[in-house]
Design a protein around this ligand. Structure first.
Ligand SMILES: [Zn+2]
Ligand SMILES: [Zn+2]
Length: 300
């Protein structure tokens, strides 16, 4: 059992998709999920991820960015068009070191134009093959620091304001032996998730790729915080190449957890997404670049 951390409760958490695999301007808005208007400037999609998170807690607003996309085009193009100002960011959190999550770090640091904490698992610098293979990483620590990154390397859970960065995520198995690990063949030891506690709702868990296995990530968030209620799950569910029984298992477990909101993105996979949408109607929503999900506020 990992050491528990005390999370400050947030009044609202708003997650804006800056970079994701698809941009569908025809998706309808809902009271809590505002779509990027069709009439506005089109946004760029790419097979990568960057999520802007704004959280209000104890009278303060925190702005974080989880990940930095797959190219150096989409993030710097989309961010200002979405009305988001990198100069206001409190930190950049990297979910792991894969290139579809870190490509525009230098561009973001340039837009931020101030020394910016960059929270990263130390094993990310030994990506992509994990700690054992000693492969050179595509992450460039030196150029990031020269561009203003204040690197915060931690394999342990870490707090940035009301946000919990999970640190290393243990892979567990069901008592009956069903592996909850993902189909991804690499260990990806550097993966970490972003977790918030939403006042009187429960946990908001935001994943990058979900290589650790979505259920492992949710369980780790519960154990770290001592909060059992999973209110919302947003990000990559990493079921794109998963065998059917693993998708079945994940859907059954999510049904039992009864989250209020699921927003699968990035590497969830189109087949798995359709199955999630069918199995959890009303809870599961389609993501698109520019979508802004507001949790905790009264419907506007
Ligand atoms: Zn990845
Ligand atoms: Zn990815």
């Amino acid at each position: 059992m990992p050491r528990q951390v005390h999370l400050t409760a947030c009044q609202t958490v708003t997650i804006t998709t800056v970079v994701d695999n698809s941009a569908d301007a025809l998706l309808p808005s809902t009271p809590h999920l505002r779509r990027w208007p069709l009439a506005d400037c089109p946004l760029l999609a790419e097979p990568g991820l960057a999520l802007h998170v704004q959280a209000s807690a104890q009278g303060r607003t925190y702005q974080l960015l989880l990940d930095a996309g797959a190219t150096r085009q989409a993030l710097p193009y989309n961010l200002p068009r979405l009305g988001l100002d990198a100069r206001q960011l409190d930190a950049l959190i990297l979910s792991h070191g894969h290139p579809d999550h870190v490509a525009a770090v230098l561009d973001l640091l340039g837009l931020a134009n101030h020394p910016l904490p960059v929270v990263v698992h130390p094993a990310a610098f030994r990506a992509p093959g994990g700690e054992q293979d000693g492969a050179a990483s595509s992450l460039d620590r030196r150029s990031w620091e020269l561009a203003g990154a204040q690197l915060v390397e931690s394999a342990e859970p870490l707090l940035v304001g009301p946000a919990l960065i999970s640190g290393s995520i243990p892979r567990q198995a069901e008592p009956g032996g069903t592996p909850l690990a993902t189909s991804w063949p690499e260990p990806v030891p550097d993966e970490q998730a972003l977790v918030f506690k939403l006042a009187s709702k429960g946990l908001v868990v935001i994943t990058g790729c979900g290589h650790a296995g979505l259920l492992n990530i949710l369980r780790h968030a519960q154990e770290l915080t001592g909060v059992q209620r999973i209110y919302a799950v947003v990000g990559g569910f990493h079921l794109g190449r998963a065998p059917a029984q693993l998708v079945d298992h994940t859907i059954a477990a999510l049904k039992a957890l009864r989250p209020e909101v699921l927003l699968p993105a990035h590497c969830t996979g189109s087949e798995a997404l359709e199955r999630l949408m069918a199995a959890l109607p009303g809870q599961c929503l389609r993501n698109s670049v520019g979508s802004a999900l507001t949790l905790g506020a009264a419907p506007g």
